[in-house]
Ligand binder design. Sequence first.
Ligand SMILES: NC(=O)C1=CN([C@@H]2O[C@H](COP(=O)(O)OP(=O)(O)OC[C@H]3O[C@@H](n4cnc5c(N)ncnc54)[C@H](OP(=O)(O)O)[C@@H]3O)[C@@H](O)[C@H]2O)C=CC1
Ligand SMILES: Cc1cn([C@H]2C[C@H](O)[C@@H](COP(=O)(O)OP(=O)(O)O[C@H]3O[C@@H](C)C(=O)[C@@H](O)[C@H]3O)O2)c(=O)[nH]c1=O
Ligand SMILES: [Mg+2]
Length: 299
Amino acid sequence: MRLVVTGREGQVAASLLEAGQGKAGMEVVAIGRPELDLERPETIIDAIAAEKPDIVVSAAAYTAVDQAEDEPDLAFAINATGAGKVAEAAARLGAPVIHLSTDYVFDGSASHAYVETDATAPLGVYGASKLAGELAVAAAGPRHLILRTAWVYSPFGRNFVKTMLRLAADRDEISVVADQWGNPTCALDMADAILHAATVLHGDKNAGAFGTYHLAGTGETNWSGFARHILDTSRACGGAWAQVRDIASKDYPTKARRPANSRLSSAKFADVFGWSAPDWRQSTEAVVRRLQGGQAPAG
Ligand SMILES: NC(=O)C1=CN([C@@H]2O[C@H](COP(=O)(O)OP(=O)(O)OC[C@H]3O[C@@H](n4cnc5c(N)ncnc54)[C@H](OP(=O)(O)O)[C@@H]3O)[C@@H](O)[C@H]2O)C=CC1
Ligand SMILES: Cc1cn([C@H]2C[C@H](O)[C@@H](COP(=O)(O)OP(=O)(O)O[C@H]3O[C@@H](C)C(=O)[C@@H](O)[C@H]3O)O2)c(=O)[nH]c1=O
Ligand SMILES: [Mg+2]
């Protein structure tokens, strides 16, 4: 099966390229700028058709949450119009599309872990543009899987794990918000889930499985708890460490508001696809160790 993923160096694309290498019968190809430029919709159909996908994974996106507040037109062009065109390209080629979306489509006011039928109400431009992207993907054809994930980290690209390790290298203390709750998700686990889902969907063996799903790391924490686990693991491997100080969101002003609770229930995906993510702590430890050159934690 030939899987074509958008975005070459993105966390999920890079993870899919790596995961695909070890899988017999699975070929993963990544496409990106300049051939495929989501800002230039006229590039999209040809760039995807040229790669002859059996399945398309739509992972490229505008992901700068604060910057999006200043560039709403660009965020919508990429995350809504561009995503819709990617799905249209897949539909024209008769290939299903697996499109990635975000927990930031929710406002965080619920007291439970969000399920797929909960009402969306994004707090910022990024979340609104991703929600518009979901609608555009769904409008392009029925053979889509929309996977809402959250708090993605990996050895690749930019992410919170790398930021904490970098800050710890030259600070004794890092202040981190403790009043936003969610599910840290390893992009390598997402890649595993996506390859699994692609196999389940291939050849329309399970056409009833198309639709929208939440898919995130197992277990929940807040950003401060996530930071503490990253740095404690780092210290155990002989790497940098800093004290993490709990603060409130109001003491960490940002352009975009973030949801206080964007925990996702991944139960529907587990039921339908028979796959669930490892505990976030376990995957975090693996990524921190890998970023530090693979040392085992000091005993
Ligand atoms: N990161 C996170 O915490 C979360 C991400 N998601 C969603 O998951 C998906 C994957 O995220 P992640 O891998 O972290 O993303 P990254 O930010 O790591 O990568 C985004 C990718 O999109 C590409 N891209 C950006 N603009 C364009 C464009 N105009 N044309 C073509 N490619 C473009 C980038 O290309 P280049 O390398 O050239 O810059 C990059 O490869 C996204 O849809 C995101 O919204 C959902 C929840 C959490
Ligand atoms: C660097 C830093 C961040 N923070 C806060 C800011 C924010 O509330 C939280 C996380 O910071 P980030 O900038 O990594 O978060 P953010 O960019 O909001 O991450 C989001 O990205 C998009 C793409 C998604 O789809 C979401 O699921 C989510 O992962 O931690 C601190 O409190 N202290 C710090 O030193
Ligand atoms: Mg960020």
